[in-house]
Design a protein around this ligand. Structure first.
Ligand SMILES: [Zn+2]
Length: 295
């Protein structure tokens, strides 16, 4: 049997036995394959698929278009992956099928159901997540949309958002775990990935958190100019959102850099400012107080 590979995270590619499948005639045929393949072994009613992909057509015309699309799909990838009856259409996820989204989901689900003591430090789950995030080359079906099929586009948008949030959660988990074991080079790598994802979402708070982590990792790695640069970017996001507890985090990090540069008086003033901030978190408060005491 042939081996079919669908890559849906980032650039959309389909290969059969390692060769790109170029014979899918239209985006509708691609969309049909994606919709079926992301719920393998579910029998979709023909009418439902026809209405999903040809919502403005009369039912008989939509049914005819679906027949043509299925013909085109079978010609491109063969019969082995589809189970077609007069009523239903179903994708068969055999051992020869690889779909990045389904692999991602399997790895993610393993971390949800794993019986660990602490999620943050579980080696089994961290290994699964590190494998999963290499699959996340971009958002689901990035740049792919069917302008005349709002129901399909809405479904894709919901799936895209769900996977995006999972990817951010995974990257944050990995970065924090690396930070906890003082592996700052690895923490920096994961934080860079998550910064890029937060930027694509225009999530100011997420960007601030990633930049704070990058700043700390850069300082621990001895790169003070980079640490300062990341922090200036974080401070710009804080100004944009007037975010309370993150402002205290930024001040604390700024104080750490000033101390490393020998600017003790300025650092102390910032640490005191951090401690006075009403929204400062307990963990930062304790670190700031302990840093002040050690001066
Ligand atoms: Zn675990």
């Amino acid at each position: 049997m042939s081996a079919l590979t669908l890559t849906l995270l980032g650039a959309f590619t389909i290969t059969l036995d390692g060769e790109p499948v170029t014979r899918l005639e239209s985006d509708k045929v691609r969309a049909l394959l994606v919709r079926l393949a992301l719920e393998p072994d579910r029998a979709f009613r023909r009418e439902a698929l026809a209405a999903l992909l040809w919502p403005d057509a009369a039912p008989s015309n939509a049914a005819q278009s679906l027949r043509q699309a299925l013909y085109s799909l079978r010609r491109a990838i063969g019969d082995a992956f589809l189970l077609v009856t007069s009523q239903t259409v179903q994708f068969r996820a055999t051992a020869d099928v690889t779909i990045d989204v389904l692999t991602w989901q399997r790895l993610w689900d393993e971390t949800l159901h794993h019986r660990h003591r602490r999620r943050e430090t579980c080696r089994h789950c961290l290994a699964r997540l590190a494998e999963a995030v290499t699959l996340y080359r971009g958002d689901l079906l990035a740049g792919f949309a069917l302008k005349d099929c709002p129901e399909f586009d809405d479904w894709a948008a919901v799936e895209r958002e769900r996977l995006h949030i999972q990817a951010l959660d995974a990257l944050t988990w990995l970065a924090n775990a690396a930070e906890r074991r003082s592996d700052y080079a690895t923490a920096q790598t994961w934080a860079q990935h998550s910064l890029a994802l937060y930027e694509s979402l225009q999530d100011q708070d997420g960007m601030t958190d990633a930049l704070l982590l990058l700043s700390q990792a850069a300082q621990e790695g001895g790169d003070l100019p980079a640490a300062r640069r990341y922090l200036e970017q974080a401070a710009a996001h804080i100004r944009a959102t007037e975010n309370g507890f993150r402002a205290a985090r930024v001040w604390y990090r700024q104080a750490c850099i000033l101390l490393a540069e020998g600017e003790t008086a300025e650092a102390q003033a910032l640490l005191e400012q951090t401690l006075r901030h009403p929204a400062c978190e307990q963990a930062i408060r304790e670190r700031a107080a302990s840093t002040l005491r050690s001066q």
